[in-house]
Every structure is written in structure tokens, then in C-alpha cells.
Design a protein around this ligand. Structure first.
Ligand code: DX5
Ligand code: ZN
Length: 210
């Protein structure tokens, strides 16, 4: 079954607990937790204390997407706060070391790749990667336009022999989810399309019917 990972970035910032409850009630498999450092991307979001608060509320799969220049400095902190998956960017510093540390902590290691970076950049590290996060927008902000050409990387990764999960992030919505899944994606991140939907339950139902 295709998994849905709503992105907390699009939730009402004064009601993050309600966003977690909605994610659980709608039967989503994960919650996507975007961490930005105002350096790797020009924006700043949530810290580990928010994740720890959520983890205390619900023992769930928190999908932590680190958009940090030096992710290695924060991996242990987010692991302790309750992450189950930690994803780091191939464009960031210390990529290999970060993947190894995430796995050493017993978590799933995700590798994210920006639209402008070729899939080939991941080839030397595939044995260390549990999940690839294909960016379908330039990271930094929610609510951007979906870039379908990024999906071609799913096929390229399979041709390289990658057998782990593939996740798409950025501008994913009911309007493009069919082509996203047909391209070989297993997990859909949806910020705006889920939290700002008139009926998020219906969005989750549609994803699970794919
Ligand atoms: C972008 C983030 C995405 C974003 C997705 O930098 O990594 O997770 O929140 O939001 P939407 O679905 O609104 O594009
Ligand atoms: Zn993200």
C-alpha cells in the first residue's frame, strides 16, 4: 500500500497537536517533520523539543527531514527526541558519515536529493540508504509547484539496483499522485494538499486507494 506522510510545515503552527491527531485519525502511516536551519535552505522551522512533545503524545513514525548544512550535529538529538526515520541531503556536508550514524542508532536512513542533483550522486551510497526522498520542489518552503521531471530518478535508482523505499516531497497532491506512484514512488509527502484540504480524510482515503 502507498503510504502518506503529511508535512507538518503546512499545519497551523499554533495547533500542532491537532495536526498530529488528524494525521493519526486519518490513518496516515507517518508524519513528515521538516527541519530547516536558515543556512542550507533560507527558512527556519521546528526544533527537537516539538518532536519530543509529539512523541510523548503518540508513539508514531516520525519522518524527520533534515535540511541542514551539517546534519551530523543534530542526528543524535533527533533520534533521542523520537525520530524513526532521519533523512539527510546528499548536497549537505558529511553525507556518508550521517547515514552511518543514523543506522548505528538503529533508525532508517533516508537520503534526500534536490531537483538539480542527478540520481547518480547517490550511487556510491546506496548500500547505506534505506529510503530515498526525491525532492519535487527546491526545498525551503511549502506550497510550491510540483516538478514532475524529478520523478525520473525513481526509475534510475531502480536501474542502479536500489530496492529500498522511495518517497516524493514537494507539491504532491491528488492532482499528481497517480503519476507519482506510477513513476515508482512508495511514500507521498503532502503538506498543503493534506493540511489545507477541505477534507483531509478524503485525501488520505484517495492515497490509500491508489
Ligand atoms: C519543502 C519541504 C516539504 C514541504 C512540502 O522544503 O521539505 O516537506 O513541506 O509541502 P507541500 O506539500 O506544501 O509542498
Ligand atoms: Zn520535507
Amino acid at each position: 500500500m502507498i503510504k502518506l506522510s503529511p508535512s507538518l510545515l503546512a499545519a497551523d503552527p499554533l495547533h500542532l497537536g491537532d495536526a498530529l491527531k488528524l494525521t493519526l485519525d486519518a490513518g496516515c502511516e507517518e508524519l513528515h517533520f521538516d527541519v530547516m536551519d536558515a543556512h542550507f535552505v533560507p527558512n527556519l522551522t521546528f526544533g527537537p523539543h516539538i518532536l519530543a512533545g509529539m512523541k510523548k503524545q503518540a508513539d508514531f513514525c516520525y519522518d524527520v527531514h533534515l535540511m541542514l548544512t551539517d546534519p551530523i550535529t543534530m542526528i543524535d538529538t533527533y533520534a533521542k527526541a523520537g525520530a524513526q526515520v532521519i533523512t539527510v541531503h546528499v548536497e549537505a556536508n558529511g553525507f556518508e558519515e550521517s547515514l552511518c550514524r543514523i543506522r548505528e542508532l538503529g533508525l532508517k536512513a533516508g537520503a534526500s536529493i534536490n531537483p538539480a542533483t542527478p540520481a547518480e550522486a547517490l550511487r556510491p551510497y546506496l548500500h547505506l540508504i534505506d529510503r530515498v526522498l526525491l525532492m519535487t520542489v527546491v526545498p525551503g518552503f511549502g506550497g510550491q509547484k510540483f516538478m514532475p521531471e524529478a520523478l525520473l530518478k525513481a526509475k534510475e535508482l531502480r536501474e542502479m539496483g536500489f530496492t529500498g523505499e522511495i518517497e516524493a516531497d514537494g507539491g504532491v497532491s491528488p492532482a499528481n499522485m497517480r503519476e507519482t506512484v506510477d513513476a515508482g514512488v512508495d511514500i507521498l509527502v503532502m503538506g498543503t494538499a493534506f493540511f489545507k484540504a477541505e477534507d483531509p480524510y478524503e485525501v488520505a482515503r484517495q492515497v490509500h486507494a491508489l
